[in-house]
Design a protein around this ligand. Structure first.
Ligand SMILES: *Cc1c(COP(=O)(O)O)cnc(C)c1O
Length: 228
C-alpha cells in the first residue's frame, strides 16, 4: 500500500506545478482536467486518491481496468481509457468508461459506436506524433477524414485529439504540432477542441501548448509496484 501522506504530497506538488504552468501560459486552470493514470496500481490506491479529491482516473489495459472499475463502483469516479484497445473489447470498455483517448482506426469507431446509448461516449483521436508508422495513432495526413467519420458515428462524441510526445527529445514541437492539427479539426467540429497531451515528464510543456486533459501517472502515484 502506498504511503498516504507522500501520495498526498505528490498530488499537491503536481497540482502546484500544473497551476504554475497554467499561470505562466495565461490559461484558466478550470480549462485543464488532470487525469491520474493508475495502471499497475491497486484499487486501494484509487480509493486513496479519491479521498484526496481526485475524480478523473485513467487506465490503459482493459483486463486490468475492468475489475478495478467494478471494485470501485461505489465511488463517483470518471474513468478514461488511454491505451491500445482491441475492437472486441470496445463494447465492454464503453460500459465503465466515459471517455476513450486512443481511437485510431475505423474498426474501433464501429465497435465503440452505439445506436441506443443514453450517454454518448467522449472520444479523442490518437494522433501519431512520431515518424514511426508502427506507433499507435492516426497519421496527420489522414486525420481530417478520420475525424469526419468519428463525428458521424452514433453514440460517440468527438471531443478532440490525443498525443504522446516522442521520448528523449524536446516534447514541445510535437505538442505544438498537435495543437495546430487541433485548430484545423476544431474549425470543422467546434465541440472537438480538447487536447489530451502531457504526462509525468512533460505536462508543463503540454500546458504551454494548450493541453486541456493531462494524463499523469508516476509523478503522482509513485513507482509502479510490479515494475520497480
Ligand atoms: C501510462 C500512460 C500515461 C502516464 O504516464 P506517466 O509517465 O506515468 O505519467 C499517460 N498516457 C498513456 C497513454 C499511458 O499509457
Amino acid at each position: 500500500m502506498a504511503d498516504a501522506s507522500s501520495l498526498e504530497q505528490r498530488l499537491a506538488d503536481i497540482d502546484g506545478q500544473i497551476a504554475d504552468a497554467a499561470r505562466a501560459a495565461s490559461r484558466d486552470l478550470s480549462s485543464i482536467t488532470r487525469i491520474v493514470i493508475t495502471k499497475f496500481h491497486p484499487a486501494s490506491l484509487v480509493r486513496e486518491l479519491y479521498g484526496l479529491g481526485v475524480r478523473d482516473f485513467g487506465e490503459n489495459r482493459h483486463q486490468e481496468a475492468q475489475p478495478k472499475a467494478a471494485e470501485l463502483v461505489d465511488l463517483d469516479a470518471r474513468w478514461s481509457f488511454v491505451g491500445q484497445l482491441q475492437s472486441k473489447k470496445a463494447r465492454q470498455v464503453r460500459s465503465y468508461c466515459h471517455a476513450v483517448h486512443s481511437v485510431d482506426r475505423d474498426s474501433l469507431i464501429t465497435a465503440l459506436s452505439s445506436e441506443d446509448a443514453v450517454v454518448p461516449l467522449d472520444v479523442f483521436i490518437q494522433v501519431n506524433l512520431t515518424d514511426d508508422p508502427a506507433r499507435g495513432g492516426v497519421v496527420p495526413s489522414e486525420l481530417e477524414a478520420f475525424a469526419d467519420r468519428v463525428a458521424n458515428a452514433s453514440g460517440i462524441e468527438l471531443r478532440g485529439l490525443m498525443g504522446v510526445a516522442p521520448l528523449e527529445v524536446d516534447p514541445r514541437p510535437a505538442f505544438a504540432a498537435l495543437r495546430s492539427l487541433s485548430e484545423r479539426i476544431g474549425a470543422q467540429h467546434p465541440h472537438a477542441r480538447a487536447l489530451s497531451m502531457g504526462m509525468s515528464g512533460d505536462f508543463a510543456q503540454a500546458i504551454a501548448e494548450g493541453a486541456t486533459h493531462l494524463r499523469i501517472g508516476t509523478a503522482i502515484t509513485g513507482k509502479r509496484p510490479d515494475h520497480g
